[in-house]
Design a protein around this ligand. Structure first.
Ligand SMILES: NC(=O)c1ccc[n+]([C@@H]2O[C@H](COP(=O)([O-])OP(=O)(O)OC[C@H]3O[C@@H](n4cnc5c(N)ncnc54)[C@H](O)[C@@H]3O)[C@@H](O)[C@H]2O)c1
Ligand SMILES: O=c1ccn([C@@H]2O[C@H](COP(=O)(O)OP(=O)(O)O[C@H]3OC[C@@H](O)[C@H](O)[C@H]3O)[C@@H](O)[C@H]2O)c(=O)[nH]1
Length: 386
């Protein structure tokens, strides 16, 4: 492998990375990238490893010996500090991060996103280890614009909706809207990491992902996850399409999101890993401001793309409305609009997303169809036990 150079033309030394939550959606793509394109070593920590099995076996893989899986629940495992000490850099991805859990399992959500992340921050700070922590775009909460009258022309002004790391406020709903338990826990851990940097010199980078999507995201209920489970929107809509059911639009599907292809976003993370002098002390939005749609438009586009890649004609009525109370239960609330400002990541790392929403849906839904269509067909053919 040729020596890799950083953005300042300096050779990059191979490092050891302790990756917590390496078996999840983002972790699996990051491990794949690090193994196939870099000389770095990964200590992969998670309670599951299904999504990285293809990187761990067999022993003949070109990167054998550079990735080690440790089945660890960071809530209670004394091996955590030792593994952080063995590494040059820790990346913490571990979290409960599906909205269906925020209002129905608020305690688990708060513990997972704040309490369980505390020892990781502490061990990094005490042992002078660099930390890349995964936060979320949800820390911005709602836009200022959504509080303006519906017909206010200011709603069209980017100053009222574009989300900037060093400028935008974090606006959450009332405590009884437990949806915000996740955003609030993430905000507090960000503040703690920032304070460790300010008071104790911790070298940190905080990542705020804006709806990264692609293959291996979450699970398909009843196939590789619980039948009653509610994953994030990509997997919910994929599941509906695979089963030939209408896609459920929560509260009319009016909320807006920007989606970025996981493979584009992983490039940004690699730049952070390999350019510490440019990434340390920063909070980065990582998203694609050009890929904005309402959830309704996302449903329509996914329906069209799925029909193209699978050859299965779309339903006459491809969507159905459902209330958030019915779909998520009491205490749900929503972010209205999420457009990332890209100034800081552009300036520090020169990163820009590349893939259009149509293209990323085409490759992702091709993957979903290939991976799940047969299994769904079989499961639907089975008689239901009475
Ligand atoms: N995917 C996105 O668009 C997105 C958006 C915003 C924020 N994030 C953040 O990025 C991170 C990764 O997200 P993801 O999409 O890969 O989610 P994911 O659920 O696929 O991955 C999280 C992984 O952490 C592991 N984990 C959770 N608790 C653990 C524990 N106690 N001990 C060990 N492992 C544990 C899980 O088993 C899982 O494999 C999360 O912190 C999430 O909040 C993701
Ligand atoms: O079947 C569905 C699922 C979801 N939705 C809607 O689709 C939108 C997106 O839902 P997602 O499940 O992807 O989750 P959100 O974008 O709201 O939050 C996510 O954002 C950033 C991360 O921190 C987390 O991964 C998650 O909190 C929401 O408005 C939701 O109400 C539907 O209309 N139908």
């Amino acid at each position: 492998m040729a020596t890799r150079m950083d953005l300042d033309g300096q050779p990059i030394k191979p490092i050891t990375i302790c990756m917590i939550g390496a078996g999840g959606f983002i972790g699996s793509h990051l491990c794949e990238k690090l193994m196939s394109e870099t000389p770095h070593k990964v200590l992969a920590l998670d309670v599951y490893n299904d999504k990285i099995k293809h990187l761990l076996e067999p022993d003949s893989l070109p990167w054998a010996g550079r990735i080690e899986f440790h089945r660890i629940n960071i809530k209670h495992d004394s091996r955590l500090e030792g593994l952080i000490k063995m590494a040059d850099l820790t990346i913490n991805l571990a979290a409960i991060c599906t909205p269906a859990d925020y209002n129905t399992r608020p305690l688990d959500t708060i513990y997972s996103n704040f309490i369980d992340a505390l020892p990781v921050v502490k061990y990094c700070s005490e042992n002078n280890k660099r930390l890349i922590h995964f936060s979320t775009c949800e820390v911005y909460g709602k836009t200022i614009g959504c509080f303006l009258p519906k017909d206010s022309p200011l709603r069209q002004d980017p100053a009222y909706y574009v989300l900037k790391e060093d400028d935008s406020p974090c606006i959450f709903g009332p405590i009884e809207k437990q949806r915000w338990s996740y955003a609030c826990a993430k905000q507090l851990i960000e503040r703690l990491i920032y304070a460790e940097g300010a008071e104790n010199g911790l070298e940190f980078t905080i990542v705020r992902p804006f709806n990264w999507i692609g293959p291996r995201m979450d699970f398909i209920p009843g196939i590789d996850g619980p039948s009653e489970g509610v994953p994030r929107v990509l997997a919910c809509f994929s599941n509906n399409l695979l089963r030939g059911e209408p896609l459920k639009l929560v509260d009319g599907g009016q909320s807006q999101r920007t989606f970025v292809y996981i493979k584009d976003a992983i490039e940004a993370v690699l730049l952070m890993i390999e350019n510490p002098q440019r990434a340390n002390g920063h909070i980065f939005n990582v998203g694609n401001p050009n890929n904005e749609v309402t959830v309704r438009q996302l449903a329509e586009m996914m329906t069209e793309v799925y029909s193209k890649v699978s050859g299965v004609p779309a339903l006459e009525k491809p969507t159905v409305d459902v209330s958030s109370k019915e779909f998520y239960g009491e205490g749900y609330d929503d972010s209205d609009k999420r457009i990332p400002d890209m100034t800081i990541i552009n300036k520090q790392l020169g990163w820009n997303p590349k893939t259009s929403l149509w293209d990323l849906l085409e490759s992702t839904l091709t993957y979903q169809h290939r991976t799940y269509a047969e299994a769904i067909k079989k499961s639907m053919a089975k008689p239901v036990a009475s």
